[in-house]
Design a protein around this ligand. Structure first.
Ligand SMILES: [Zn+2]
Length: 66
């Protein structure tokens, strides 16, 4: 139980420090618009429009460059 608690604390601390942010729209390549974003695997992705965000949500792996 102690293990679980310390792990939870660790994750909470990480979240407060910095969330990775991809500010470029990966769907169309344009600059993103404030407020249109989607968090996937702990990284925040921003998009120019709701349309691009929806495209990304359907197949995130297609747009993420590894
Ligand atoms: Zn776009």
């Amino acid at each position: 139980m102690n293990n679980f608690k310390s792990r939870f604390k660790f994750l909470g601390g990480r979240r407060n420090t910095k969330l990775e942010h991809v500010s470029k729209d990966l769907v169309c390549g344009m600059a993103s618009t404030d407020g249109i974003d989607f968090v996937y695997t702990g990284i925040k992705y921003s998009f120019c429009s709701d349309y691009c965000r929806q495209q990304f949500q359907k197949n995130p792996e297609d747009y993420i460059i590894k």
